[in-house]
Design a protein around this ligand. Sequence first.
Ligand code: TXA
Ligand code: MG
Length: 383
Amino acid sequence: MPTRGDSPIRERAPSGPPALPVPRVLPEDPALPAPRVLSGDDPDSIAIAAERLRAGGLVVFPTETVYGLGANALDARAVARVFAAKERPAFDPLIVHLADASEVGMYAEAEDADDPRVASLAARFWPGPLTLVLRKRAVIPGIVTAGLPTVGLRVPDHPVARALIRAAGVPLAAPSANRFGHLSPTRAAHVVAGLGSRVDVVLDGGPCRVGVESTVILLAAGRAVLLRPGGLTVEAIEAEIGRLEALVDGAPGTPELAPGRAGSHYAPRVPLQLADPRHPESAPIFAVRPGERVGLLAASDSGRAAAEAVGGPFAAVEVLDADGDPVGTAARLFDALHALQAADLSRIVAQPVREVGVGRAVMDRLRRAALDAPPAPPSTRHP
Ligand code: TXA
Ligand code: MG
């Protein structure tokens, strides 16, 4: 039976290891009961979760990027529950997660599945943070792809995800396990706080290693288009298959190819401004007015010092990267935003990071998070 109530949020599986403490994250809706949280390491948990999926239920599982809210991708009713639990608009398609690259031909049209670029990317980067959008076969219900003729396919690089897909025996349609427009979850506790008992089971696999969502590229009909920068760098993909076409937000054709790029995304519930403290015209953004509680998302220790030199004092500070490591920056991004969101702030000021490698994905998420906030001065690019 599902565990109800507020504590403990993590249940001990019948014969599994003891439950670990979960970092405190504020519930987004305190009235929502907790879901059943099971240890992802325990084979019994996998069996229980797989059974729920086969019965049309919703199971949250860890991947290397972020936690996914999974349903049987071949069951349109189950997929409809994913959209309802997330409050996701029906125009935004879901990624289908496979246990193994050999399954691509079951769900994608042969012409795309047999594209040699698919084989070379799959061999090089799967399992991993890469989603390939290919023309779909009829077995994938239209609700999964929001009526598009293409489907996003990915083999996640997480032992719990792959064990679950194998045990369920079906591909899993899974968006990030957050409410639509909210921050993506990189810990089970984020999922519990955001979705509560809207899901049947949460498999806890610890913090996500990559921390930003997969890179999404369209390889349908001979094209190669970057739809979303993510955990796998564009540089690595281009080294394998050559140049990717870039999409421009707002340009003709973009909404049809990448419906998920509409509007503000990944937004914390507190207004977020993107500004570089090293630019003199940004100084007013770092100034804290009386009665204001401002949070700082610093790119690095030196960025923090620069922000504190022109503004502050800040009520809460998160430093993305203390060691000059862009991969670590990405891994910490959502964790840091969740922490700032829970700190009762009036606004968050975030510094830009260098836009190379996974830094592109970090800046993409920060720009989208900043969309609803008052405009920052023009110079928000990293020097
Ligand atoms: O790392 C990830 O990709 C995570 C984990 C759970 O796998 N999933 C994830 O899903 O981020 P979601 O739904 O939050 O984002 C999927 C993105 C959306 O922007 C969606 O529009 C795009 O992929 N997408 C999916 N299928 C597509 C398709 N057929 N054509 C164009 N874009 C597609
Ligand atoms: Mg998402």
